[in-house]
Design a protein around this ligand. Sequence first.
Ligand code: PGA
Length: 250
Amino acid sequence: MRKHIVAGNWKMNTTVAEGVELAKAVVAASAEVPADVKLIIAPPFTHLYPVAEVVKGSAVGLSSQNCANKEKGAYTGEVAVNMLESVGCQYVILGHSERREYYGETDATLVEKVKLALAQGLSPIFCIGEKKEEREAGRHFEVVTEQVKNVLFELTPEQMANVVVAYEPVWAIGTGLTATAEQAQEIHAEIRKVLAEKFGELAQEISILYGGSCNPTNAKELFACPDIDGGLIGGAALKADSFQAIALSF
Ligand code: PGA
């Protein structure tokens, strides 16, 4: 059975003190979430150390929102995967559309990041998704297929087994527009089909999360779809009660 995952991407929000409070509230809320739903939080880098102390011993996983594409050295402002591992991260969000769009992340860089993360024992939460104009032009299948092939097809099956995929249509992120369950399901099924071309049966084991204005109101319908294994949550992850309500939507 595929893992159900609800991951909160806090983006560039909260101070350290606020983040620690939010993490405590998520840990408390996790007590009511069934054990077969994995909760993950992804605070900003500055928060990881104190938040790791909060989630220690709980079922809540810890993720960063990015990592460097180099192992170590003279890369001012970057954070390496071994630093993330040493602070207690088990996951790293990679290839988020905001990183691709505002910070010029390319598939080539993402291959490096994904491989470094895996080598350090971290699971990448690898994001893909089409922009509004690409969907309007009917190119959404093509765009996500290319994103999968350019990065994930560079992995061995052993590596791929530790990757979580997140489909996030760019037009739905932070906009209040959600893909309909039908739109999301058809593209999730397609992503799984593409993964199966390279990885065969393993594709059935890979969790594919939906992201983009997912909230307590629409999560149930989305999570009921056969190929949607959970969510990557932005805005609604900044409150423990809405994050919990999403996790209770399976
Ligand atoms: P949103 O963000 O839930 O605020 O749309 C999702 C994401 O970008 O991961």
